[in-house]
Ligand binder design. Structure first.
Ligand SMILES: Cc1cc2nc3c(=O)[nH]c(=O)nc-3n(C[C@H](O)[C@H](O)[C@H](O)COP(=O)(O)OP(=O)(O)OC[C@H]3O[C@@H](n4cnc5c(N)ncnc54)[C@H](O)[C@@H]3O)c2cc1C
Length: 261
């Protein structure tokens, strides 16, 4: 099987702050990590490779330091990585990000399966997987919890809110995975050595993908971030006083007034 897995480098959101002057995320000094669900996507790809054979390629778009996540997934067992990095890609919204990824997939050529995380913890839109499938005109199955291959199809269990749906999809296809699907493996020493070697990573930019500059980055993006802000968590508390009965009555009256009960 030829499997492509998309991985994104994201700021560790447990440490993210917002600059109130610029309305943008403060990235300086914030550690970057591999998007958590992409780790599950990589584990899914490696498990399929172990079962059915094949090659796993990881694809990321980002600044030069995004190469770190490619090294990380190669250390987990991915065969090769491709970094899409170019100044012309900067400021791309989800549509243009998906478009650039789709052009890279086309350049890679024949494939059986693309595996994406459902959602990135910074952008949080969950749009890239479905849009990538759209650009490539591939069938897509989201919220994957389990997958097996049967001839030229995949049998997939989708985790929905109150049930599990089983679907069959003809390959090639694109899937997005949930974090419940598996427990990602740790890197092996042998693969860490391979990752450090650096020869398993290709770097492609505007020139390699042959996309006109007018179709890239901020200028081509139909959406823009208007404002970003932290919710106000400074709601003041109130202490209800009196004997037990009085306190209970006051509390119920207040909850009723707020239409909570
Ligand atoms: C400088 C800058 C300017 C930006 N400007 C805008 C803007 O004007 N308008 C706007 O809408 N957004 C903007 N963005 C956000 C950017 O569009 C998103 O980070 C990106 O499109 C991915 O969307 P997401 O994080 O919601 O991913 P999701 O759709 O939540 O990600 C789902 C999955 O898709 C894959 N994926 C997502 N992104 C990548 C990637 N880069 N490489 C490989 N795989 C990936 C991963 O597998 C991920 O788990 C900007 C970002 C930067 C850094």
């Amino acid at each position: 099987m030829k499997i492509i897995v998309t991985v994104k480098q994201v700021p560790d959101t447990s440490e993210v702050r917002i600059d109130p002057k610029t309305n943008s995320l403060v990235r300086e000094g914030v550690p970057s990590i591999l998007n958590p669900e992409d780790r599950n996507a990589v584990e899914t790809a490696l498990t399929l490779k172990e079962k059915y054979g094949g090659v796993v390629t990881a694809l990321t778009m980002g600044p030069p330091q995004a190469e770190d996540v490619l090294e990380e997934v190669i250390a987990m067992g991915v065969d090769e990585g491709i970094l899409l990095s170019d100044r012309a890609f900067a400021g791309s919204d989800t549509l243009i990000t998906s478009f650039i990824l789709s052009r890279a997939v086309m350049k890679i050529g024949k494939l059986d399966l693309i595996i994406c995380g459902r959602q990135a913890i910074d952008g949080d839109t969950a749009q890239v997987g479905p849009q990538l499938a759209g650009f490539l005109e591939l069938p897509q199955v989201t919220y994957l919890e389990d997958i097996s291959i049967d001839n030229e199809s995949a049998i997939i269990k989708r985790g929905l809110e109150d049930c599990v749906e089983e679907v069959r999809v003809k390959l090639p296809a694109l899937v997005t995975v949930l974090s419940d699907i598996n427990q990602p493996r740790y890197p092996s020493l042998c693969n860490v050595v391979k990752a450090c070697d650096g020869t398993l990573i290709k770097r492609w930019g505007e020139k390699e993908l042959k996309i006109p500059g007018s179709m890239l980055g901020l200028q081509a993006s139909p959406t823009g971030v208007k404002k970003i802000f932290e919710p106000d968590l400074s709601a003041s508390g109130e202490i209800i006083k009196g004997d037990e009965k009085q306190m209970a009555k006051t509390l119920i009256d207040k909850l009723k007034a707020l239409q909570v009960v």
